[in-house]
Design a protein around this ligand. Sequence first.
Ligand code: RNT
Ligand code: ZN
Length: 420
Amino acid sequence: MKSVNATFQLAEERYASLGVNVRTALEQLAVLPISLHCWQGDDVGGFEHSGSELGGGLAVTGNYPGKARTPAELRADLDKALSLIPGRHRVNLHACYAETDGQKVDRDALEPAHFEQWIAWAQEHQLGLDFNPTYFAHPKAADGFTLAHRDAGIRKFWIEHGLRCRKIGAAMGKATGSPCVTNFWIPDGWKDTPADRSTPRELLTDSLDAIFKPTLPAKYHLDAVEPKLFGIGSESYVVGSHEFYLGYAITRQTLLCLDSGHYHPTESIADKISSVLQFLPEILLHVSRGVRWDSDHVVTGNDDLHAIAREVVANGYAERVHLGLDYFDASINRIAAWTIGTRNFQRALLTALLEPPVIRLAEAAGDTTSRLAFQEETRTLPLGAVWDQYCAENDVPVRESWLAEVKRHEREVLAKRATA
Ligand code: RNT
Ligand code: ZN
């Protein structure tokens, strides 16, 4: 597209006038993979068809037609989304997306073989894989407790699930040649004020220690733990709170997963990144968007997102921060949901990569007037022209033209999926 290129050249000059090399920024963006969460494609359904409710405080609202019903459909939908997103990325799977060939395989019996087709698909498309044990949508999680359950038998079941998921993650990392981050999130908590806040946390510590006991090679596999402030049905107490997992991750040197929908509405994870990275080698981000009670709206290009991306880039943390998305919206086209959120995150990263050095220099010189002036003036720099050029060079639809492709695909493919 000629107009894209002409506008890009003008933008390049404008950035250069502020000491920013646009080409360098684009090269850096190209090596920032984002882990696309498979569960946006089927409303966190998975393929066990066990009849268990989602539970765990996870709620997906909406009934937009055309959701993926099979692993093949989910992979095809991910292929579609990835074809609309520039760059090479990763896919984040959950244990409940196992393919068991019609056999009932419980969570404590899962093996790498049940993810063979996902792995083959990832290899074929040169995608990295990340993984999550599934501690919800299961009869043994129905009362809201798993690894912190008072019943030793239930804990044992879920410990075995965790052990197996780490092995599966390591197999994914080995096969794809890129370390798989296996992220542990559990729903355990109370709706009402607990009488004992400590026992469940002691139990959780022991369960996690049993799960993380076997060492796995870091070149294939990394462990992460994900805190949460509250959930639906666990409003008064969450066993795996922020402080719990911060302490756990630091003492056990696992990754900490910061989910941007898991804190107080005005509390941003952006400010936590440089704090926790003083004490942890690496972290994982679940970039999401909280709205009132829900923590999982499609990521939009808001200030919070920009602040998160900026912290990663401005501090030179790209190597230490694993970038992932986590939201689920069943009220709009699900492929569009992936595309919108991922493209937004990339644009926020690009904005950060294109930040003029004068802002930091002003601060270092004690000139806070200039810092604020440049922070505000640079908001209207021609980011769009650079982004359009990046899309064009990566052979993905430029500007809003991806939407027409999603609509065409919806008519030709999604509309033909019978609604279950
Ligand atoms: C839940 C956590 C968790 C889940 C996914 C499905 O509050 O954010 O990451 O969203 O594992
Ligand atoms: Zn999350």
